[in-house]
Design a protein around this ligand. Structure first.
Ligand code: NAP
Ligand code: MG
Length: 495
């Protein structure tokens, strides 16, 4: 019998009002059911939003450093339970244990950063243009935060949103991805144990259309923070405009690593392998394109193909495994579709190409790490997000051409260049159109205290992580204190 899990709404663990559930299976072995989770709908969301509104009224009045002390305990509890949560995360979404451990560590780092932000949350004091008057700006909480997240970083991404929202005094309605409901459930348990008041946290499981969309449309939800695909993000942004919500979108990517002819090729090889095939290519910052200088193209391709063929596929819980399964069957289909499109467009399949079913992998959603060579900038496999273990390799002859090719996509999340030429490195920092640029490192590697996000169709101008995210979760209030004892008219009495 599989265990049945519940929503957490209005201070209680409850089944969906419909009474229905959905299954969560292990992508490395689809015969293993991890649990049944509530299939919620509009009525569950309604109850959650109402509770969150009530929770907000008390939470906003707690001093921010006190809220910070609770978040510190959340970080401590996550640290204690790190390995157990990581193992369950690998079981429910597939990536290897070292990476799920890293995912939780990012959450812990975010908890400790957010905890101390409770002692900053700066406003400004500025001179008034009138005598005997004091001007300042303060930061105030906004209200109910709707949080909608994907499955590829089941802990890190929810923490990037929920911790800043909480420290700033907002309450939460959280809809996690349907592929990773267990990690989300554990996360809520930990926050409750640490002392976040029950009504401040509401967890509603279910699909994007039946739970996500009602949250976005709800007039009493004040802001939405969403990470996911650009297609869903665009639609969500339209829906949210009806109630003029504040919306933060972190969306797709088509990230590239440039390797110039003067690069350290061994270092660049390690980078591209980790960037392209870590998390089985299912990262928003995954290296999806390799832009390779003609002078090193043949040599580097030989090195890359040989190293790619050595990567070991398998259950991410087993030691020695480099690449876990894809999250579900739909992802395998998308990858297969793009490999076919690439070949029809004239790209050359130089490694991988097929789902992988050998030995222990027979009952999982495994796919071979795949390389497409001779890709040209206008091909779809050079411009569209694939979100799987597929690397498109493009040939360039100059630095200028490399930057032009890199920028030739509607996305703008992460980017990388390997070169020993410092002038070239600084020009790349200036000219690459992306929210993130790495010099001599792969396209992946976010740190909790650095701003994270992208430009173009990757987002709508907000950043997560670092110091900037706290702006998103607060409103600025301008405050004027007149101690002159008389009416002072700005712009009139002083001119
Ligand atoms: P997705 O299909 O857009 O789903 C993301 C979340 O939105 C899930 O919780 C999903 O629920 C929900 N959702 C789906 N339809 C919705 C709707 N109509 N209204 C409201 N919510 C809805 O994305 P995904 O396939 O899970 O994740 C992969 C994508 O996320 C990739 O494009 C990747 O690049 C992007 N991503 C971006 C970042 C970043 O920071 N830029 C980070 C990670 C991932 P269900 O799970 O129930 O469908
Ligand atoms: Mg699963």
């Amino acid at each position: 019998m599989s265990k049945t899990y519940r929503n957490f709404i209005a201070g209680e663990w409850r089944d969906a009002i419909s009474g229905e559930t959905f299954e969560n299976r292990n992508p490395a072995n689809w015969n293993e059911v991890i649990g049944l989770f509530p299939k919620s709908g509009t009525a569950d969301v309604e109850m959650a939003v109402k509770a969150a509104r009530e929770g907000f009224e008390g939470w906003r009045l707690m001093p921010a450093p006190e809220r910070g002390a609770i978040l510190k305990r959340v970080g401590d509890l996550m640290t204690e339970r790190k390995e157990e949560i990581a193992k369950n995360m690998t079981r429910e979404m597939g990536k290897v244990l070292a990476e799920t451990m890293g995912d939780i560590q990012e959450g812990i780092d975010t908890a400790y950063y957010a905890a101390t932000e409770g002692r900053r949350m700066f406003g400004h004091t500025v001179p008034s243009e009138l005598p005997n008057k004091f001007n300042m700006s303060i930061r105030v909480p906004i209200g109910v935060a709707g949080i909608i997240t994907p499955w590829n970083f089941p802990m890190a991404i929810p923490t990037w949103k929920i911790f800043p929202a909480l420290i700033c005094g907002n309450s939460i309605v959280f809809k996690p991805a349907s592929d990773t409901p267990l990690t989300a459930t554990t996360f809520i348990e930990i926050m409750l144990e640490a002392g976040i008041p029950p009504k401040v946290l509401n967890l509603v499981h279910g699909s994007g259309s039946s739970v996500g969309s009602p949250i976005v449309n709800h007039p009493d939800v004040n802001l939405i923070s969403f990470t996911g695909s650009s297609a869903v993000g665009k639609n969500l942004s339209k829906e949210a405009s009806d109630t003029l919500k504040r919306v933060s979108l972190e969306l797709g990517g088509k990230n590239a690593q440039i390797v110039m002819d003067d690069a350290d090729l061994d270092l660049a090889l390690e980078g591209v392998l980790w960037g392209a095939f870590g998390t089985t290519g299912q990262r928003c910052t995954a290296t999806s394109r390799l832009i390779l200088h003609d002078k090193v193209y043949d040599k580097f391709m030989d090195m890359l193909v040989a190293a790619t063929k050595k990567l070991r596929l398998g259950d991410g819980l087993k030691s020695g495994v480099d690449v876990g399964p894809m999250v579900n069957e739909g992802q395998i289909e998308t990858v297969q579709k793009y490999i076919k499109i690439g070949q029809e467009e004239g790209a050359k399949l130089v490694a991988g190409g097929k789902p992988y079913k050998e030995g222990d992998c027979a009952n999982g959603w495994f796919h071979e790490p795949t390389i497409l060579g001779d890709v040209t900038p206008e091909m779809r496999v050079a411009k569209e997000e694939i979100f799987g273990p597929v690397l498109s390799v493009l040939r360039i002859n100059s630095f200028e051409e490399a930057i032009k090719v890199l920028n030739n996509t509607k996305y703008g999340l992460s980017s990388s260049i390997y070169t020993r030429d410092v002038n070239q490195a600084f020009k790349a920092i200036r000219d690459i159109e992306a929210g993130i640029t790495y010099i001599n490192g792969p396209t992946i590697g976010a740190e909790a205290h650095m701003p994270f996000g992208g430009i173009k169709e990757t987002g709508n101008g907000h950043r997560e992580g670092g110091w900037e995210v706290y702006e998103f979760y607060t409103e600025t209030k301008a405050v004027f204190i007149d101690y002159s004892g008389k009416l002072q008219r700005a712009q009139i009495d002083n001119y």
